[in-house]
Write a protein that binds this ligand. Structure first.
Ligand code: LLP
Length: 409
């Protein structure tokens, strides 16, 4: 990740910690977070907006890394949080974040979740649909500050599953109904409508699409607050070209000033671009099969990284701490399906059983969507800074797997 180096013996070092030593202590697969790089990056993000538009808030989209240590770090660094479920709110609270800094999302919020968010005193509840209006009206006993999520009709160029800004998406109010829903909200004394929200999608590499979003919002009734969502894409492999945070903030703030005015309050909700580059995953090579393809199988896979199987996201794995001739390989996981591939046709230092293999840029959504396929145990998360490694999430155990199981009477 950002800031990783090699020591004198040619071993990979993250946050001052030798990765091989981390593996000896914490096992594999392992999520290794470069805490210093993460904090510096988060500060850079906040500064980029604060400098250009003082009335701005960076909310970290919790879904990108919903663990208490990461959410707590974001709060320490002065970010608010986008929480999209009761569970995310509770994890953030467990990490020490103040609900007053949170914006509560969701396209299918239950009564229980809304009650939790209102009682916790979140900064805004984002209204996604008319049932949200009814629920808040019924559950609140004092006016709740809300934003309305609308469709900006921007079809972001990204994977179809991550496009959210079009009228046929399940999120927000389709463009033809916005005025009517605004009027409806205004008739409810328990809803205090402060502004609009839009989110066009994730892993968006063209900043002009965010500009289009702002333009679309400016064609609606004007409000004092705009939450512009997240979505900034990141560089996963060397051939990717991703906008810098400064470029993103420049174009977005400029568009806000031109189309909405310099006086509005803005919120942004980056998830992926805050955390992706701050983590790598370390695996142990379990077997190397040389046939029509070279299959390098590691002790994890789609149980800890669904990005490849779900979205075809390319990664650039590497064998670490050793030199040899390169060999073109497919890196595969340990799960029982062929979709469980981490990378295809990548040149690796000729792999051997027992090697350590790293996959960089796994900080976003990998922990989130890790799962127990084949009853695999989810990895530990370790924060590394100044040569000290701190366990943020311990590795799952067989006891964890069994804890909810009941023998039927
Ligand atoms: N705000 C809202 C309302 C969102 O729905 C999302 C992401 C974000 C902010 C943060 O977007 P980001 O900056 O991370 O792109 N499961 C997929 C990612 C789906 C993103 C969902 N919403 C993945 O594993 O890549």
């Amino acid at each position: 990740p950002d800031g990783s180096t090699l020591d004198a013996a040619g071993r990979l070092v993250v946050g001052g910690c030798v990765v091989a030593d981390l593996v000896a202590e914490f096992g594999t697969p392992l999520f290794v977070v470069d805490e210093g790089a993460l904090r510096a990056h988060v500060r850079g993000f906040r500064d980029a907006f604060a400098r250009r538009h003082p009335r701005s808030t960076v909310l970290f989209a919790s879904k990108a890394y919903p663990c208490a240590a990461v959410l707590g770090l974001m709060a320490q660094e002065g970010c608010g949080l986008d929480v999209a479920a009761g569970g995310e709110l509770e994890l953030a609270r467990a990490g020490g974040a103040d609900p007053a800094t949170m914006v509560f999302h969701g396209n299918a919020k239950t009564d229980a979740e809304l009650r939790l968010a209102i009682e916790a005193g979140v900064r805004y509840v984002v209204i996604d649909n008319l049932d949200d209006v009814d629920r808040v009206a019924r559950l609140a006993d004092a006016p709740v500050p809300v934003l309305l999520r609308v469709s900006p009709q921007v079809a972001a160029s990204t994977h179809e599953a991550m496009m959210t800004g079009h009228d046929t998406a399940k999120f927000g109010i389709p463009s033809g109904q916005i005025a009517e829903v605004i009027a409806r909200i205004r008739r409810e004394p328990m809803l205090d409508l402060r502004g609009l929200h839009a989110h066009i999608g994730s892993q968006v590499l063209d900043v002009e699409q965010f500009v289009a979003e702002v333009e679309a919002l400016s064609r609606l009734e004007r409000f004092p607050v705009y939450d512009l969502g997240g979505g900034l894409g990141v560089r996963y492999v060397s051939s990717d070209v991703a906008p810098s945070v400064d470029e993103y903030a420049d174009r977005l703030v400029d568009a806000v000033h031109r189309h909405l005015g310099a006086g509005v309050e803005i919120l942004v909700e980056p998830g992926r671009s805050m955390v992706a580059c701050a983590q790598l995953t370390v695996y142990r090579v379990v077997t190397v099969k040389r046939g029509p393809r070279v299959h390098v199988a590691v002790d994890g896979g789609m149980g800890d990284n669904l990005e490849v199987a779900l979205y075809g996201q390319p990664f650039e794995p590497a064998i670490i701490d050793r030199d040899d001739e390169p060999e073109v390989c497919d890196v595969v996981g340990r799960h029982c399906e062929s979709g469980d591939t981490l990378a295809r046709d990548v040149a690796l230092t000729r792999p051997r059983v027992g090697d350590l293999l790293t996959v960089p840029v796994t900080g976003a959504y990998c922990y989130t969507m890790s799962n127990n396929y084949n009853a695999a145990l989810r990895p530990a998360v370790v924060f590394c800074a100044s040569g000290t490694a701190r366990l943020a999430v311990r590795r799952e155990t067989i006891d964890d797997l069994l804890v909810r199981e009941q023998l039927l009477p």
